[in-house]
Design a binder for this molecule. Sequence first.
Ligand code: GDD
Ligand code: MG
Length: 355
Amino acid sequence: MEAILLVGGQGSRLRPLTISTPKPLLPTAGVAFLAHQLARARAAGVERIVFATSYRAEMFEAAFGSHAHGVELVYVSEDEPLGTGGAIRNASRELTCGPDEPVLILNGDILSGHDVRSQVKVHEEAGAAVTLHLTTVDDPSRFGCVPTDGAGRVTAFLEKTSHPVTNQINAGCYVFRRSAIDTIAEGEVVSVERETFPSLIASGSVVMGHVEAGYWLDVGTPEAFVRGSCDLVLGRLESAAMPGDPGERLALDGSRVSPGAVVRGGTAVGRGATVEAGATVIGSVLLDDAFVAEGATVRDSVLSRGARVGPGAVLDGVILGDGAVVGPGNELRGGLRVWPGIELPPTAVRFSTDT
Ligand code: GDD
Ligand code: MG
C-alpha cells in the first residue's frame, strides 16, 4: 500500500522548538518524530510514502533520504502551503496505484497504536470513498468532531467547532480510495477537514468511521510533545524505531548521566547531554549537548540543543530554545518558553505562590 504523509505545517504552537526544525523532525525518544510513524506504517503494510512538504521542505529529504525503516520515500513540496486537501492532491501525482486502490493518509504529528489493517478492512468491506480513524477525547472542540450512525457511517464533519455534538474526533489517519483524491481541486488551497469531508458527506459518498480508542496523541503542543516522548521511552506505545529498550530513561550514546543524579519518568537524554550529580530530571526531553548542573531540578520540560540549566535552578513545564542558559538559582514554571540564545542571569526569575 502507498501512503501520503502530511508534514507541511509550521508547528507554530511548538515554537521556539520549531524555529530551526519542523515539528515532524523534532527528536522524540531519541529519533526524529517521524521515524516512529514510518516504522508503524511499515508494520501496517505500507511500502511507499509520499511526503507532502512545505515548511522547511529540504530538511525532510536530508533526514530520511530515499529509504528508511523499510519504506521507499518520495518528496513533493508546495511552493505555497496548499492546506491539507491541496497537499494531498498535490502529492498524489507521485502515487503509482490504480483508481480503486486504498491510499493511507497520515497527519505528521500523531502517535497512534491503532490497527491500520483493520481500518483498511472496514474501508474495503464498505466500498467507502474515505474511512477515518476516530477516537474519543475529553475536549473535542480542539479537533474535528465526527458523529457516526449505527452502521459506522460518518454523518457530519465539524472542524474545531465550539459546539461539538460528540466527543468522537478525527484522529488524523485516513484511507482514501485513490479516485476520491482525484476529486480534490488541483493547485488550490483546500482543507480536507473543512471542505473535502463535508462535501463528500453532502454528496452521499460513503464515508466510514473506524472507531478505535487505543493509545493516541497529537504532539502539536509542548505538553503533548513531552508526554509523547516520555510515553515512548516508558513503553506505553511500542516503537520499533526507539534506539533502546523501554524504561524510566533513555540515555543515548555519548550522554553523561552521573550516578548521583535522578533521571526518570521517561526522560530522554541526547548525545553529548550531561546531568550532574544531585540533579533531578523527571519526564523531560534533553536534546543533544543539553546540560543540567548539580542540584538543579527539571520536570516536564524540554531543553533544546546546547541549552544549560545552572546549579540549583528549578524548571517545571518549561521549554528552553537552542543554547538558552538559565543561570543558577532561577525558578521557572508553568509553560514558560525561553527563546534560543537567551541567558538568564543568576536568580533573575523566581516563581512564588506567596501573596
Ligand atoms: N503539506 C502540507 N501543507 N501539510 C500541511 C498543511 C499544508 O498546507 N497544513 C497542515 N499540514 C499538515 C501538518 O504538518 C500536520 O501534519 C497535519 O497537516 C495536520 O495539521 P495540524 O496543524 O497538526 O492540524 P490540527 O492538529 O490542528 O488538526 C488536525 O488533526 C486533528 C488530529 O490531531 C485535523 O485533521 C483535525 O480534524 C484532527 O482532529
Ligand atoms: Mg496536529
